[in-house]
Design a protein around this ligand. Structure first.
Ligand SMILES: NC(=O)c1ccc[n+]([C@@H]2O[C@H](COP(=O)([O-])OP(=O)(O)OC[C@H]3O[C@@H](n4cnc5c(N)ncnc54)[C@H](OP(=O)(O)O)[C@@H]3O)[C@@H](O)[C@H]2O)c1
Length: 213
């Protein structure tokens, strides 16, 4: 298993800092960024994500192997695909019309498939999107814990998905692999596991029941 590496988290709102904190704890080198000046999040980062570096997004991404998109989907258009080219990108975003507004390209589709089409130079894996940020932090458990929960990992590139499954495992969840981004639609809002925190057996049951429909 590869050693933990550099992680850039884009987004310092609700879920970004939780992912960053779990990753620091798991031994990753973590940078966190917003769309603006890292000085604006320096103090809060020091207080709530000790060990993570606040950086400009471009610098954070340049030094990272894995980039987590933890920004609202309606802001995704601001992200320059060239910046993410060659990177392994975790799409933790959801299409949520109540807060994103109606975004036609994402209507009735798999949001990560749309993201991946725009990030054609990146390997995109959908993960860490389906559990609320409070629970994501509180329910993390070491491997083997009896009450460990599952996180879905969906991607078209098996090697990229394996790397993110390893990350998910290291930050405290049993990874459940889905064979493609399309199959990862079960992870998005309206899907059978969105907003739930299930153990592996219940998670697998929930997604296989849906695929029988
Ligand atoms: N909240 C949850 O429990 C949760 C759980 C799992 C997944 N998600 C998904 O994760 C995404 C983010 O949710 P959230 O609740 O964390 O949002 P949020 O609290 O509104 O935070 C958004 C963050 O993204 C930053 N941002 C916006 N545009 C950016 C850009 N172009 N580059 C870098 N940073 C940028 C914002 O900072 P600036 O505006 O200063 O740039 C802010 O720090 C959503 O798609 C959501 O569905 C949320």
């Amino acid at each position: 298993m590869a050693e933990p590496s550099g992680l850039a988290v884009l987004g310092a709102g609700h879920v970004g800092p939780v992912i960053a904190r779990l990753a620091v704890k798991a031994g990753y080198r973590v940078a966190i960024a917003t769309s603006g000046d890292p000085d604006d999040i320096a103090l809060i980062t020091e207080l709530v994500i000790p060990g993570a570096q606040p950086r400009w997004a471009s610098d954070a991404v340049a030094d990272a192997d894995v980039v987590v998109l933890a920004i609202p989907l309606h802001r995704f258009g601001e992200v320059n695909p060239a910046l993410l080219s060659g990177k392994l990108v975790v799409d933790a975003m959801n299409y949520w019309p109540a807060s994103d507004g109606v975004l036609e390209p994402f209507e009735d589709r798999g949001s990560s498939e749309v993201v991946a089409r725009r990030l054609a130079g990146s390997a995109v894996v959908k993960a860490l999107n389906h559990i609320g940020y409070h629970e994501l932090e509180d329910r993390a458990r070491p491997a083997g814990a009896p009450d460990r929960r599952a996180v879905g990992v969906a991607g078209d590139d098996p090697a990229a998905a394996a790397t993110i499954a390893d990350l998910v495992d290291r930050i405290g969840y049993d990874p459940v692999r889905l064979e493609s981004l399309r199959a990862g639609r079960v992870l998005q809002p309206g899907g059978p596991v969105f907003g739930t925190v299930l153990d592996r057996a219940d998670f697998e049951r929930a997604i296989s029941a849906r695929s029988l429909l």
